[in-house]
Design a protein around this ligand. Structure first.
Ligand code: ME8
Length: 701
């Protein structure tokens, strides 16, 4: 490999409207593993991640949390950064789109496009999806976004436009000439079909909100968030900087070799970004790699669906290697894959604790016991076909692992490495070194040395290959092998027979203590505890979310059960999801039990508007509602079907308790409760409402 070779890899910059979850961790860990391996191959590597902090969505999330956008973005961006530090992610830089270096660079990009005649002023009238920050082809207020299905908003604005239509042919030409630009193939085909179907000019400025980067010379406008966000890949390495010190970095690392993204942002990266760069006469990234989604409870893990799992829960129980190994081994890269705590623990126990953990501890402890902790000399006269087979397999493993990893087949690469682990464990069992050690003759001693040498060599090779994926455990095994710091290892020369006879082993300790079943419950419990209420400014200042009070048995928040429909929180509610009883009756908190104002303030009630309402099959009391609460659209399953026709509810404002943990009713996730009075013995629900017009998202206090 050429010493001058360089490699620049990026993750998407994550929105700060949601706290990090293992979906974000997935992309970051994949990039981290790639970057670590590249460095081990002697490649000059630059790895960038960061946070995307502008736009209406963020502005609204901050308003909903009752704090300034700045306070809001500082807090959540800090959480991303802290998580990557806790996980020892090896990013070389962390870019925030609110940093001056970035803002300057985006303005420079805007000006560059303007100077080349690709930006003009016009007016836009149409639908906009705030959640995707996307102008969409949809008709009429509230029409669903074709990308995500959420209601769109109508905008009429004087805007700056980018001549995307002019880039149609240049883009198609570029895709044709660079078959590896978009991967995998399915995404490439989708993108080509999309561009072929025709591109319309793109509005690249907004005047309806302020939280963004001002258009140079026309500060009434802020620059479209995607033009802002995509440019991070260049501003982070010095684009737009006047400082001559930044120039070599930009020249060295741009264009990036890999932009790693999730499949939902392919259009922005594979159409808009290359179009901006072609128009700006700047080099395009070498490849955009789109992976699939991490699913939890059968749908994409995301804040709006309320089905997220936090990395911290796994880090604090099984450790980072368990999470990293799971993500790369269990999820077939490029496809969607499911996360479950059961599967995580199963993988951990089977592959790490049993297979690798056993190979390491039995091999090293036998060398300690029979050879005073020094790697023994393998006697050529004592080599058998079994030793040769292991050596051959190890050499093949190195070659295959590299090829598979380079092609982003992480799961297959790990499978290849673990086949070797399995083969060596079997070899040890079949060759019974413990029985050979019982025999007190010279040949037996030489045979024992050969067996353990074969085992330790294979262990060394697997440890080296697996290091970018499970850095902590492999560093420890490396030290136990007496080989010092694994970071010093150059993967380029990895081959059989390199461990020196007489190498003194380090202190032997177990690397992966087996996890018992209780770990699953512990993780599930931790997830419930960590479920996130929206931050108030006070909490944002404190740097943490308040712990919710919980009933000890159910883990449900201690919300007085006062006519809340939709998400039963008390065991007294029927399994059909019937509405809870009225104020102060048998199902609710006794009226004499007072709660503090502080407890009350923990309940986040918001005004929402029903966008979709429909009956739930097989449940005569339940309706499935989609309610827009300003920052997002929530699915709520409410026990109000006996009192309300679904058609009449659409467009109606309701009050929802927004910070309840999600629950499943009839297999549907319910993400909040609707506030209603509950009348008579039957508890007939009557929805709470307002006489005055109240904006969506307003908080009740
Ligand atoms: O889209 N499964 O930010 P974002 C797999 N700011 N990957 C997931 C995931 C899941 N369930 N959830 C999130 C944005 N991701 C923009 C990007 S880039 C110039 C601007 C990962 O916070 C995945 O990489 O919504 C996905 O593309 C990204 O997080 C979206 O992060």
């Amino acid at each position: 490999m050429d010493k001058a070779e360089k490699f620049y890899i990026t993750t998407p910059i994550y929105y700060v409207n949601a706290r990090p979850h293992i979906g974000h961790t997935y992309t970051t860990v994949v990039c981290d593993a790639i970057a670590r391996r590249k460095r081990m191959l002697g490649v000059d590597t630059w790895f960038l991640t960061g946070t995307d902090e502008h736009g209406q969505k963020i502005e609204r999330s901050a308003a909903a949390a009752g704090c300034s956008p700045k306070q809001f973005v500082d807090r959540i961006s800090g959480e991303f950064r802290a998580l990557w530090q806790k996980m020892r992610i090896t990013n070389d830089d962390f870019i925030r789109t609110t940093e001056p270096r970035h803002m300057r660079g985006v303005q420079a990009m805007f000006t560059r496009l303007q100077e080349r005649g690709y930006i003009y002023k016009g007016s836009y009238s149409g639908q906009y999806c705030v959640s995707d920050e996307l102008y969409v082809d949809a008709v009429g207020p509230g029409a669903p976004c074709p990308e995500c299905g959420r209601p769109t908003e109508t905008v009429h604005e004087e805007n700056y436009f980018f001549k995307l239509s002019a880039m149609e042919q240049p883009l198609l030409k570029y895709y044709a000439e660079h078959p590896d630009f978009i991967r995998p193939e399915t995404r490439r085909n989708e993108v080509i079909a999309f561009v072929r179907s025709g591109l319309r000019d793109l509005s690249v400025s907004r005047t309806s909100f302020k939280w963004g980067i001002p258009v140079p010379g026309d500060p009434k406008h802020v620059i479209y968030v995607w033009l802002d966000a995509l440019t991070n890949y260049m501003t982070a390495i010095g684009f737009g900087s006047d400082d001559p010190k930044d120039k070599p970095k930009l020249e060295r690392y741009w264009p990036a070799e890999v932009h790693m993204i999730g499949k939902e942002i392919v259009r922005f990266h594979c159409v808009y970004w290359p179009a901006f760069l072609l128009a700006a006469e700047l080099p395009l990234p070498r490849s955009i790699i789109a992976h699939g989604w991490l699913l939890f409870e059968e749908s994409k893990m995301s804040k709006s669906r309320g089905n997220i799992v936090r990395s911290e829960t796994i880090l604090d129980t099984l450790g980072q290697d368990a999470l990293r190994y799971f993500l790369l081994r269990e999820i077939v890269f490029g496809q969607d894959g499911s996360f479950s705590f059961d599967a995580l623990v199963q993988r951990f126990n089977a592959d790490l604790a049993n297979d690798l953990g056993n190979l390491s501890s039995r091999t090293l402890s036998m060398i300690a016991r029979y050879f005073e902790g020094e790697v023994p000399y393998p006697s050529p006269s004592q080599r058998t076909p079994a030793d040769e087979a292991i050596e051959k397999q190890a050499q093949q493993t190195i070659a295959d692992f590299h090829t598979q990893f380079e092609q982003f087949h992480f799961s297959r690469a790990l499978e290849t490495a673990w086949l070797l682990v399995g083969a060596v464990n079997k070899y040890i069992v079949e060759n019974e070194p413990w029985a050979v050690a019982e025999r007190d003759d010279k040949d037996s001693k030489a045979r024992l040395a050969t067996i353990l040498h074969t085992a330790v060599e294979a262990l060394r090779i697997v440890t080296a290959l697996a290091h970018p994926i499970i850095p902590e455990a492999t560093s420890r095994i490396w030290t136990q092998l007496g080989l010092g710091e694994i970071q010093q290892l150059d993967l380029r020369g990895l081959g059989w027979g390199q461990i020196k006879t007489g190498t003194k082993l380090g202190k032997i300790e177990p690397v992966f203590p087996r996890a018992d079943k209780s770990v699953i419950e512990r993780m599930q419990h931790m997830e419930q505890e960590r479920s996130e209420p929206t931050l108030s400014p006070k909490e944002a200042d404190k740097g943490g979310a308040p712990a919710e009070s919980k009933t000890p048995e159910t883990g449900a928040p201690l919300v007085p059960d006062v006519g809340l429909s939709g998400m039963p929180s008390k065991p007294t509610q029927s399994s059909t999801g019937a509405p809870p009883s009225a104020v102060g009756d048998k199902a609710g908190a006794s009226p004499s039990e007072k709660i503090s104002a502080e407890d009350f303030f923990k309940v986040e009630m918001r005004v929402g508007e029903v966008k979709v309402a429909e009956k739930v099959k097989g449940a005569d009391k339940l309706l499935r509602l989609e309610i827009d609460i300003g920052t997002e659209v929530r699915q709520v399953v409410a026990g109000i079907a006996k009192a309300y026709d679904p058609e009449k509810l659409v467009g109606r404002k309701v009050v929802i308790v927004a910070n309840l943990q999600p629950r499943k009713l009839r297999g549907l996730e319910s993400n909040g409760m609707i506030v209603a009075a509950s009348l008579g013995d039957e508890g007939l629900p009557v929805l709470a409402g307002f006489l005055e017009d109240v904006p969506i998202g307003s908080r009740l206090k």
